[in-house]
Design a protein. Structure first.
Length: 248
């Protein structure tokens, strides 16, 4: 178990990543998103991002409560640029434009159907690559964990997603977990993350849990809670985690 406390002061910017460029430059984002493939998987209208060169593994990317919007598609494009065949799933079938719509989207999800759809996403990626990870943000962070509990994957990445699980539940995990959480988050709060760490340890699971002096959704530049330092550092850690667990 590894737990780190990261502040903005401790992070020194070392140059913009492709992800940062795609999230801030409209022209670059439009060009990258335009290269994504539309693909139907188990009734979902997904976006598939293919690496230009060798494939180092597959990623099931699960969106926030806003849905599969351009911001999330940009993440898929950036991950593909790192060599990962990335399938950005769509569990809602629509994109929310306000908080009320986002809440309605999350409440409309049928859990059993979602598990079946995510299994189909894994099966699709498995036809083209070897090791597979789940990765999600907010609503998708919780589902990244839930998917990994429902089906064996090689790695799990959670960005400030609901993680209230018992050690008995977490015993089902097949691969290691990487979690990014904000100390200022009132939704996925410190108490929940503390419990998650404790349960992971009791279950004997390999995990890296990072905490930032930031709020919920700190990696999303379209929100007022965006924290550039935490976003960049967490993405770098995610890439290192993917390399260690999908390319090994």
């Amino acid at each position: 178990m590894l737990m780190n406390m990261i502040t903005r002061r401790e992070f020194q910017a070392t140059g913009a990543s492709l992800l940062a460029l795609l999230l801030t430059d409209n022209a670059a984002r439009a060009a990258a998103i335009g290269k994504l493939e539309d693909i139907a998987v188990a009734g979902m209208n997904c976006k598939l991002a293919r690496p230009a060169g060798d494939v180092h593994g597959g990623i099931i990317l699960i969106h926030e409560w806003w849905g599969l919007n351009e911001q999330m598609q940009s993440v898929a494009a950036a991950l593909a640029d790192e060599g990962y065949l990335t399938l950005a799933v769509d569990l809602f079938g629509r994109v929310a434009t306000n908080v009320d719509e986002a809440k309605q989207n999350t409440q409309s999800v049928d859990a059993a159907k979602a598990v079946s759809q995510l299994q189909a996403a894994k099966d699709m990626l498995a036809k083209e690559t070897g090791k597979i990870a789940t990765m999600g943000f907010c609503f998708g962070g919780g589902w990244s964990l839930d998917a990994s509990l429902a089906m064996p994957v090689d790695a799990t990445i959670i960005y400030y997603g609901r993680c209230k699980k018992s050690a008995a539940e977490l015993a089902k995990l097949n691969g290691p977990v990487l979690g990014h959480f904000g100390n200022l988050d009132k939704f996925i709060n410190t108490e929940m993350v503390d419990g998650f760490e404790k349960a992971l340890a009791e279950a004997g699971k390999k995990a890296e849990i990072y905490r930032y002096d930031a709020d919920h959704a700190f990696a999303n530049p379209t929100t007022a809670r965006y924290d550039e330092g935490a976003a960049k550092r967490s993405y770098e850690l995610s890439l290192a985690f993917l390399k260690a667990n999908l390319q090994a």
